[in-house]
Design a protein around this ligand. Sequence first.
Ligand code: FA5
Length: 349
Amino acid sequence: MKDQINEIKEKALKAIEEAEDAKILNDVRVNILGKKGELTQVLRGMGALSPEERPVIGELVNKVRDEIETKIKEREEEFKKEALKEKLENETIDITLPATKIKRGSKHPINRVIEEIEDLFVSMGYDVVEGPELETDEFCFERLNLPKGHPARDMQDSFYITEDYLLRTQTSAVQARTMLAKGGNEPIRMICAGKTYRREDDATHSHQFGQVEGLVIDKKDKNVSLADLKGTLEVFVRKLVGKNSELRFRPSYFPFTEPSYEVDVTCFKCGGKGCNLCKQTGWIELLGAGIVHPNVLKMNGYNPEEYGGFAFGTGLDRLAMFKYGIPDVRYLYANDIRFLSQFDRKDEE
Ligand code: FA5
């Protein structure tokens, strides 16, 4: 029986040594030491031994069992170490690799233009004001000297929501709101940028676009002349579009200003020489402006004998296109990240 036990031992130690993984090792354990394992079977046959032989064989079996168990444990430890080593190698972090870049958002070009305009005018003592996009016919037209049925209403095709409410067609609506709020006896210097809407849709006109409005009201002898309007617009355009820009005032018509002007600026592309952008004229139309009409002053609480002022308005989309050389207005609304990301950090340059 001793030989049989030693044989089992040798066989077990060899199998443990040759086991390639933890599963094979476990199979060895079950086959030798398990309930039906070879060594367990030997123990079961001990009943047939003489009383003298029994403790000797019993001791031997226990010794062999301990030896096999120790070997299995050692081998198990080896497998664990190997598995840990492999895991660590696979999960190695190369700290010399460049980090994943965090993508920063960027300000929309129209918002950049608005901020620049507001900063400029605030530095000249203007207030930044806001008005509602859903506006009343009264503020958008009537209080701007455009009564119902006035032919000049056709100049702005409007989105009416009800008979009295519409999406504002111009930020000029905020002129009347500001005058009324001031109560007719306080000077006004205000700038207002925001969204405007018209029933228009072609390559250069969008149903929704941005405008910025400026209004100055003061006693008639206080810097509210046409010369002051011209000087203000020169500062504005030269800061926003280019310091060499020249301005040209062309007589025009707006019901709320008299006299009224369209203001052209030397073409930013050719500098006034003439090119395809300015249709060879050297000029690009940029603003509407004029001296506030006495009727508008009167309707909104200011005495036109005592007070006077000027107003101007321009399209923000066009201004952004000038400033950044954007060739197509649709880029401003497509929200294509490849386009927008080009403006990242532009204001820090
Ligand atoms: C006005 O809206 C006047 N309120 C401007 C004004 C203010 C005059 C104060 C006098 C005193 P006009 O309709 O021309 O004027 O529009 C002004 C600018 O808005 C245009 O020059 C253009 O840049 C822009 N604009 C007008 N309609 C559209 C449109 N559908 N899409 C994009 N931009 C537009």
